[in-house]
Structures are given as C-alpha cells and as structure tokens.
Design a protein around this ligand. Structure first.
Ligand SMILES: [Zn+2]
Length: 181
C-alpha cells in the first residue's frame, strides 16, 4: 500500500523545477539544498508555492543544514500557512539515489525528497522558459531522483511512482525565498 502523499500527488509548476535547477547550478561545484513549500488542501493535494533556500554549508560531496537554519524554514512556512512539500538537493554526478547520509538529513518524512543530478543541471529545455513552453506539456525530468518515505524507509520511486506522486503544471511561478543572508 502506497502512502497517502504519493497517492494524492504534488502539483509542481514547471518554473519551480527550472528555478531550482538554476539555484543548484549557481552553487558551482558543491552540493546544495532547498525546499519546496506550499499549501496542501484537506484531500492531500498540494501545490508548490515557493522555493526556500536555508542557510547551509556546502562541499563537493555533501551539504549540511543546522537545526537553527531549519527553524528559519519552519518560520516561513508558519507565517504563510505553508507546508514543507519537498526537500531537494544536488549530487555531483548522475547517481541520484539517496545516500545513508541523505536518509538522515531528509528531516520531513511527509515530504518528498528530490535529488538533482550533476550539481543541478537538467536537459536544455529546462534552462529556458521559451523552450519549455514550446515543448509543453512535459513530465517530471527523469534525471531527477524522487524519493518517498514508504514502509518505514526512503524509497526511490520508479517512473510510474513519480508520475503518481508529482505532476508538472504551467503555473503559478513560485516565490524564491533566500534565507542565507
Ligand atoms: Zn545526497
């Protein structure tokens, strides 16, 4: 039996995927992380409204977010009435499976955990809005590893699982909230 969040699905504006790629790539040569926050209705259906970047330490092979930096993310969520819907981080190469460290760092088990490849790089159509809209509609990029906490462990979803868990929508463009300053 799949967990309720995966069944209900997360609506992800294409701009959220594109802007997240741009942020992760701006952190040249190091892993980095951000969160997708948004509202969830009583049926469990949720929409990404914002990309939130916490204070963090970044290295080529990992990243770290201190507990007090997570409080900053929780503050944003509380102030806006949002929920943490997904935690996202980048890997150096194309292996987008969770490491043991990732299992520990993925703090919210009700949220999905996404791993972007090659320090955030996605195929070209995700770099430019114009290309993206010309190719619309688009699925979640298969290069991204999507994990859900199922049956007491973080599990990499297959293509059918990803399609059930997340759908790309055309809008609205999410807010970009950078808490690093
Ligand atoms: Zn990782």
């Amino acid at each position: 039996m799949k967990n309720a969040i995966v069944r209900a699905g997360l609506a992800v504006p294409a701009d959220a995927i594109r802007m997240t790629s741009a942020f992760l790539q701006s952190m040249t040569g190091v892993e980095s992380c951000c969160f997708w926050l948004g509202s969830r209705n009583p049926s469990g259906k949720a929409t990404v409204m914002a990309i939130v970047v916490p204070r963090q330490r970044n290295q080529p092979g990992n990243y770290h977010v201190e507990a007090d930096a997570m409080v900053g993310v929780a503050d944003v969520a509380r102030q806006r009435g949002w929920t943490n819907l997904a935690q996202i981080h980048s890997h150096p190469g194309t292996d987008v499976r969770h490491s043991g460290y990732d299992d520990e760092m993925a703090n919210s088990r009700r949220a999905l955990s996404l791993v972007y490849p090659t320090y955030g790089a996605l195929p070209g159509m995700w770099c430019f809005r114009g290309w993206l809209w010309r190719l619309w509609p688009v699925p979640i990029p298969q290069e991204i590893g999507v994990h859900a906490f199922l049956r007491a462990k973080w599990t990499l979803l297959d293509a059918a699982g990803v399609a059930a868990a997340m759908q790309v929508i055309s809008g609205p463009k999410p807010a970009f909230i950078d808490l690093r300053t």
